[in-house]
Design a protein around this ligand. Sequence first.
Ligand SMILES: Nc1nc2c(ncn2[C@@H]2O[C@H](COP(=O)(O)OP(=O)(O)OP(=O)(O)O)[C@@H](O)[C@H]2O)c(=O)[nH]1
Ligand SMILES: [Mg+2]
Length: 373
Amino acid sequence: MATDIEQPEVEEEILDEPADVEPEDSKPEVETVEVEELAVEDEVAEAEQAGFEPDFEPDAAEETGELVSEESGGWFGRLRSGLKRSRESVVGQLNAAIAEFRDAGDEEFWERVEEILISSDVGVNTTAKLVAELEQEALEKNITSSDQLRKLMIEHAARMLEGPVELDISRKPTVVLMVGVNGTGKTTTIGKLVNYLPGEVMLAAGDTFRAAAIEQLQTWGERTGAPVVARQRGADAAAVAHEAVEAAQQQNADVLLVDTAGRLHTKINLMAELEKVRRVIERRIPDAPHEVLMTVDATTGQNGLRQVKMFAESVGVTGIILTKLDGTAKGGIALAIANETGIPIKMISVGEKVGDLHPFDAREFAEALFGDL
Ligand SMILES: Nc1nc2c(ncn2[C@@H]2O[C@H](COP(=O)(O)OP(=O)(O)OP(=O)(O)O)[C@@H](O)[C@H]2O)c(=O)[nH]1
Ligand SMILES: [Mg+2]
């Protein structure tokens, strides 16, 4: 799994506060970093593939015959198709259970619902809360039909998922720091965000660690017309961030999206490096980064919740982007994150293309999870 990719330890010096974040060894290069010519589409695709191990395997979806297509009803259709495997397993089970619902006083029924939700990554705590609320309201309202109960479930789940979804891009420049575990979709999401956001968007190649990471971001820059501030591989990520903020200010950009290297939430030194990137940005613009967005791969299950907690503690996450919802069997992690961290899910990603990034809609998400087939 991508979350298990080993990263060599970061050198000690990276943990030091930069006395001056403008080392002499390499000059900042805006849009002109030395990379091999990647003009040919095939080579571009190759560069994107190189150096990382995507943990979403299209083949897995193909096997189930559930590879989503554009005809499946827009992004909501894609989300539903993506969750279809879960609808056939987890939510399918839920549907079967709900279909037999008659009596809110039936303890066995609620136990069954609990079991199913836990197996859908909703997690023990959040499941307990959700089921207790549902049971109480179902009893109070004397609900006896499956349809009424399903509506109640959707309502409660939607309420749990609701939060401010808007990205705060009111500053000029607005600085957005993109963080997350390896392979969760940071760089791809940044590429998609260029198209999604209004105004002039600039990118910072803050992943100086992984092979081909800089090229991957530059390819997105070429595709979307966004300038990319980059240095050579191995450069100090904080220095890149510093220069990028400066360039965004000088060039009057509306938004600066700062990519970062994927890191395991459990690696203390790598998290410290990220904190340093944040501090350096803050030093240049005191209220920046204005958004710290964290990509969470929806296919990683409950581990996603632990990731969010650790990143939030370390760099203060302002919003979650839940990715790979087209490839997951379990969307319940959204409920766990919303309930247990209070950090809003702001966007979802249902594929690898530019148009696959969408604002999060709590009610629609709840309907996709708990709606009738
Ligand atoms: N199916 C699917 N694939 C996605 C989605 N988002 C990203 N991917 C793919 O996941 C893989 C990893 O995406 P990246 O954007 O490189 O992830 P990252 O977090 O930047 O990875 P590192 O920089 O290595 O930490 C790529 O193959 C992406 O195309 C999504 O919503 N659905
Ligand atoms: Mg990346």
